[in-house]
Design a protein. Structure first.
Length: 458
């Protein structure tokens, strides 16, 4: 490009160094849809307000339509010397309609144009992430109903704690993802404020109708402070925070899939479509999808810290550091959104070893709390019941058996409150007993899945 094509070239002599050109180039080449939509709304407003002739506004809108077709058809060659998507669009527009293209930039700066593009980008990515979370929640609700009464051990400190149902366990992730979806919705709402019209930092001397532009682009309002409008990246940081929390939730599930599919747990058989093998060991089936989701969480967390650190030392208003925001947004979204989609496909394909999980749910003295609760219902204080049951656990350990395999004489010796029905405490009874809101009883699992689906519709 000749130097005259620079949007800021009048002040400068000579050519930009190639290293500077490449170092300062943007990463927004795929954001032509948002950029052109913003330009169309802006120029329509300029024409409607008589800031530029309506005939020229119509010509620019038509030309932008042609440029959009070029991008969609893959006919645009990206040129680093044009810096960013904004300049590419303007240069291509000039090739379509000539000098009238120069009026497009009337009453706007690249500062408020960039802020507009970023907000539109975050809106779009929030919608995609929300849709991904919703689809996965639906899958988890379906699975919860399938496994509403299937016992498995619940863990604390990765030690067997109490029996729960597999459906209850899966719905825990459904609740996490419901909060994730709400966060993306909230983020979109806060991002949905039009910055265009703020100019470089101080507003515009033209009689703009900013509300008209906001309506056309689907924004709920316009910014109230021009400095804040061009310098603010809270919405981007909030989006990255939403991504970080969501990916962390997926990472926790990924870790459980890795554990459950190991021979040591044996709870899950990985479907071939979501696993890989070993180049050396023929017997191996590796949970690579889960491992990669777990590993890529670091990338999302890093982008959040990246932008927070970027912003913390910047004075008002715009600084070129802010160019890094789009890369952070796109990089985080490129991990979270595909992760949501692949988990929604992988998790229902997992083959659970339900019988093995049932046996594990009753092992490791997982029913000890239920024995203590038995004594409490007979009138004993819980602390005393805890101590009595702990002694029975110690005796069972010494005998190498589970609690319900001890002879009744051991129970009778420990407390006169025990009757023979204590030996009837089993996994199913323990699950049914947790019949409270939020509990693991099968009836409560069904109830929770139904509530979760209803909340999805709100």
């Amino acid at each position: 490009m000749g130097e005259a094509q620079r949007t800021w070239g009048g002040r400068f002599e000579g050519s930009m160094d190639d290293l500077t050109r490449d170092y300062t180039a943007g990463v927004d080449r795929d954001l032509y849809e948002q950029d052109i939509a913003g330009s169309v709304a802006h120029v329509r407003m300029l024409g409607a307000k008589g800031i530029i002739p309506e005939s020229e506004a119509d010509s620019i809108v038509a030309g932008l339509g042609l440029v959009l077709e070029q991008f969609r058809a893959g006919q645009v060659e990206w040129r680093p010397d044009l810096e960013d998507i904004h300049t590419h669009v303007e240069v291509l527009l000039g090739e379509q309609i000539g000098s009238a293209a120069g009026r497009l930039h009337t009453a706007r700066s690249r500062n408020d144009q960039v802020a507009l593009l970023n907000r539109m980008l975050v809106r779009d990515q929030c919608e995609l992430a929300s849709a991904g979370a919703e689809a996965f929640i639906e899958i988890l609700c379906d699975l919860a109903l399938t496994y509403e009464a299937a016992p498995m051990p619940g863990y604390t400190h990765l030690q067997r704690a109490q029996p729960i149902t597999l459906g209850h366990h899966l719905l825990a992730y459904g609740e996490m993802l419901l909060r994730d979806r709400a966060r993306f919705h909230d983020c979109r709402e806060r991002a949905n404020v039009l910055p265009l019209g703020s100019g470089a930092l101080s507003g515009s001397p033209y009689p703009l109708d900013r509300e008209m532009v906001a309506r056309e682009l689907g924004f709920q309002g316009v910014s109230r402070n021009s400095l804040d409008a061009v310098a603010d990246r809270d919405f981007a940081i909030e989006f990255l925070s939403c991504c970080a929390i969501t990916q962390t939730h997926l990472s926790r599930l990924a870790e459980e899939i890795v554990l459950w599919s190991s021979a040591e747990f044996g709870f899950v058989r990985l479907p071939d479509a979501f696993a890989t093998g070993s180049s050396m060991m023929p017997q191996k089936k590796n949970a690579d999808v889960a491992e990669l989701a777990r590993g890529r969480t670091g990338r999302v967390l890093g982008e959040l810290m990246n932008l927070l650190t970027n912003l913390k030392g910047q004075p008002l208003a715009y600084n070129r550091d802010l160019q890094e925001d789009k890369a952070a947004i796109l990089n985080a979204a490129a991990v979270v959104i595909p992760s949501l989609r692949i988990f929604a496909a992988m998790v229902p394909a997992l083959q659970f070893n339900l019988e093995h999980m049932r046996v594990a749910a009753s092992g490791g003295f997982a029913l000890a709390t239920d024995v203590a609760d038995y004594l409490v219902r007979k009138g004993m204080a819980f602390r005393e019941a805890h101590a009595v049951t702990g002694g029975l656990v110690r005796e069972a350990e010494e005998c190498g058996c589970e609690l319900n395999e001890l002879p009744f004489e051991a129970y009778a010796k420990a407390s006169a409150l025990f009757e023979t029905d204590v030996l009837e405490i089993d996994v199913d009874a323990a699950l049914a007993a947790r019949d409270v809101v939020g509990g693991t009883a099968p009836t409560r699992v069904r109830e929770a899945a139904d509530i979760l689906r209803k909340r999805l519709k709100n």
